[in-house]
Ligand binder design. Structure first.
Ligand code: AMP
Length: 298
């Protein structure tokens, strides 16, 4: 007798996601699916759109965690400073819908600015001391904007699990802390940074880079890897680790370094000596006007 190969339809299926432009439509759809099945968990991936393989990896991870996968696409004005790139941030919703659907999104939430940032918004989330260092120091108010909008999105989507990338390590640490400190009923899942073949961390902002800047940009990760190698060889002094990464970036790029900092992952506050299992070395650098970030965890 011939054995039948049983192939799950799910394995090769591209889901056609439903697009929700307002919070009511999303809420109705999600509450009807919650009513239909108590076990219908929701995984959520918040993004600012212009999706790349890094985002797609988060969405695929979300699809492994729950049958319903909500992806939000919202360029959050609260997390941009007055002289930052909010207006020119790249946007391509048609492509985002395709990429998200292929990765397994069932619903795409594209909120109107008025839904998430009404002019009367008065109450915001203070992310506390975790936001004082690294990107928070050079982008005052950035993490308040992130935490406020992520909390609003959590309240609208009410996910069981939310997926974030380690590419934005400080953001992930702050969101985890917010969830714990404010008793928000959601699990936070972290996904490792997805990179181009030459090591550059994928980012929606990479499209801004000139060909020359694009050639130099992998030096950020290379510098961090050199600091990581020094750490692995026993060096625990934050200043020396930072100097190693900084030197490599300075020697190999024309970038203006915003910061290179080695800190305990648990506090993100400056410390002289670092410990294995609790170390983050993070860097931000401007290539022209394009600010890129990257990090290693040790
Ligand atoms: P963004 O659209 O830049 O706000 O990013 C949305 C989510 O995707 C955040 O959780 C990011 O950390 C994550 N992400 C962005 N780029 C990458 C990447 N290269 N690898 C992994 N996650 C990423």
């Amino acid at each position: 007798m011939t054995a039948l190969a049983i192939v799950s339809v799910h394995d090769c299926e591209t889901v056609n996601p439903t697009i929700h432009r307002d919070a009511n439509s999303l809420r109705e759809r999600l509450s009807s699916s919650r009513d239909a099945s108590d076990s219908s968990e929701i995984a959520f991936v918040p993004t600012m759109g212009y999706l790349h393989e890094g985002h797609a990896t988060l969405i695929r991870r979300a699809a492994e965690l729950a049958p319903r996968v909500v992806v939000s696409v919202f360029v959050n004005p609260l997390q941009f400073g007055p002289n930052e790139d909010f207006d020119r941030y790249p946007r391509d919703l048609d492509r985002d819908v395709r990429v998200a659907g292929e990765a397994g999104a069932t619903d795409i939430f594209v909120p109107a600015a008025a839904d998430l940032t009404p002019s009367g918004l008065r109450v915001t989330v203070d992310p506390g001391p975790l936001a004082d260092s690294l990107c928070g120091r050079s982008r005052p108010g950035h993490f308040r904007g992130v935490a406020t909008i992520v909390l609003k999105l959590f309240n609208l989507v009410r996910p069981d699990v939310a997926v974030f990338g380690w590419k934005d390590a400080q953001q992930l640490v702050i969101i985890r802390r917010m969830v714990e400190d404010l008793n928000i009923p959601v699990r936070i899942e972290g996904v490792e940074t997805i990179r181009e073949p030459d090591g550059l961390a994928m980012s929606s902002r990479n499209v801004y880079l000139s060909p020359e800047e694009r050639c130099q940009a992998p030096a950020i990760q290379q510098g961090l890897q050199r600091a990581a190698a020094l750490f692995q060889s026993g060096e625990r002094c934050a200043e020396r680790l930072e100097a190693e990464a900084r030197h490599h970036i300075e020697q190999n790029t024309a970038a203006r370094i915003d910061y290179v900092q080695a800190v305990p992952l648990s506090t993100l506050q400056p410390a002289e000596k670092l410990q294995p299992g609790n170390t983050l070395i993070a860097a931000a650098a401007f290539f022209g006007t394009t600010r890129l970030i990257d990090n290693v965890r040790l």
